[in-house]
Write a protein that binds this ligand. Structure first.
Ligand code: PLP
Length: 389
């Protein structure tokens, strides 16, 4: 098969590969605790499921406008305007099948080959994959545990050039659970205005926050027109399989992104968009209870990991991941990923799945029951006690 050269530059998400390996071991009768996949283990709240069933019965089974149902776009603009302080109306909002397409669509619309994109490292691997695919150049901004996984502003400033076109932010962050400080967001906004670059702010975990209030960089002065906010329903409402997300952006860019969507999928499924309206306007006790449960689990896994010799773990302030430092165990991140799966029955991801600065770490998702987390902690503790003797 003769493929386009760009295909050799397209990356992937190794979480799905690790999941496949874990399933193969399970098929042989092994018990594996799944801490590799980034999705809530809760069911989508009943009121949202009921709204989708009702929408199907009402005939929401046809094509709808490419940028999304106007009713849903209005609800999103209203809530994100009011609660996040982002100046926007419905024409700024594009509804997509999951938040992920916003990465591809907006980078396709903005980047030329050779453009530079500042992006956190470690980070969600799809950012770098898309940047490389388009022939643009990723410029890594290391996120280190000694900085509480926040950005180093001096490092950022030194990496801005005349080719810098876009900066990608993610807060709360996957894989570290870190949250960018308000001071850093303000400093980034000032740099974006001064050097005229755009910001893709991935705020998919914005409502899974354990302290303080989520601040969107798009709410800072002069930033709405140069920020693309990526958000969605997957994490907040446990709706990963529904494929429902959105972007909030400048209206002109929104029209081009809408046209890209016409070319790719025509539109997002109509009945899921109706359910999205219910998710945002119906009772919010389901998502709130989920965050409280995640907080309990976070504390159990952080305290449990810190009690294991060789592991030290920062207490994350958002999302549902921990990113402990494992250098003192003597294993590389990849070795530990493999051996924890094979010898301790715990599936996790090597920190390097998120970029080179993830070395020395592994990522555990704590979207699993307290009982399974306790089991995983005990298995990791006894594996390391034997393996590092
Ligand atoms: N952004 C980040 C940081 C993520 O971790 C994920 C999913 O894991 C996504 C975006 C994609 O979410 P969606 O299911 O809405 O496409």
């Amino acid at each position: 098969m003769r493929l386009a050269a760009s295909m050799s530059r397209l990356g992937t998400e190794s979480a799905f590969e690790v999941l496949a390996r874990a399933r193969a071991l399970e098929a042989q009768g092994r018990k594996i605790v799944h801490l590799e996949i980034g999705e809530p283990d809760f069911d989508t709240p009943a009121n949202i499921r009921d709204a989708a069933v009702k929408a199907l019965a009402e005939g929401w089974t046809h094509y709808v406008p490419s940028p999304g149902l106007p009713e849903l776009r209005r609800v999103i603009a209203d809530i994100w305007g009011r609660e996040r302080g982002i100046p926007c109306d419905w024409e700024n909002v594009i509804v997509t099948p999951g938040g992920k397409p916003i990465m591809f669509y907006t980078m396709l619309a903005l980047l030329e080959p050779g453009d530079e994109v500042l992006l956190p490292n470690p980070a969600y691997p799809i950012y770098e994959s898309v940047v490389n695919f388009l022939g643009a150049r990723p410029v890594a901004l290391p996120l280190l545990d000694r900085n509480d996984f926040d950005l180093d502003l001096k490092d950022l400033q030194s990496k801005i050039t005349s080719r810098t076109r876009l900066m990608i932010l993610n807060s709360p962050q996957n894989p570290t659970g870190g949250v960018l400080s308000l001071e850093n967001l303000e400093a980034i906004a000032a740099l974006a205005r001064k050097h005229d670059f755009m910001v893709l702010a991935d705020e998919i975990y914005g409502r899974i926050l354990y302290e303080g209030r989520h601040v969107s960089i798009a709410s800072l002065p002069g930033m709405a027109e140069r920020t693309i906010v990526l958000d969605g329903f997957s994490k907040t409402y446990a709706m990963t399989g529904w494929r429902l997300g959105f972007g909030i952006m400048d209206k002109e860019l929104a029209q081009h992104v809408g046209r890209l969507q016409t070319n790719v999928v025509s539109c997002t499924a109509a009945f899921t968009q109706r359910a999205g309206i219910e998710a945002l306007t119906g009772p919010q006790d389901g998502p709130k209870a989920m965050v409280e449960e995640f907080r309990r689990r976070r504390d159990v896994i952080v305290d449990g990991l810190n009690a294991i010799p060789g592991i030290s773990c920062v207490r994350p302030r958002g999302a549902f991941y921990v990113f402990p430092n494992i250098t003192k165990t003597g294993f590389t991140s990849r070795e530990l990923e493999r051996r924890l799966m094979d010898e301790a029955g715990v599936a996790c991801l090597t920190g390097t799945a998120f970029g080179e600065y993830g070395e020395g770490h592994v990522r555990f998702s704590y979207a699993n029951s307290l009982a399974n987390l306790q089991l995983a902690l005990e298995s990791i503790r006894s594996f390391l006690a034997k393996a590092t003797k």
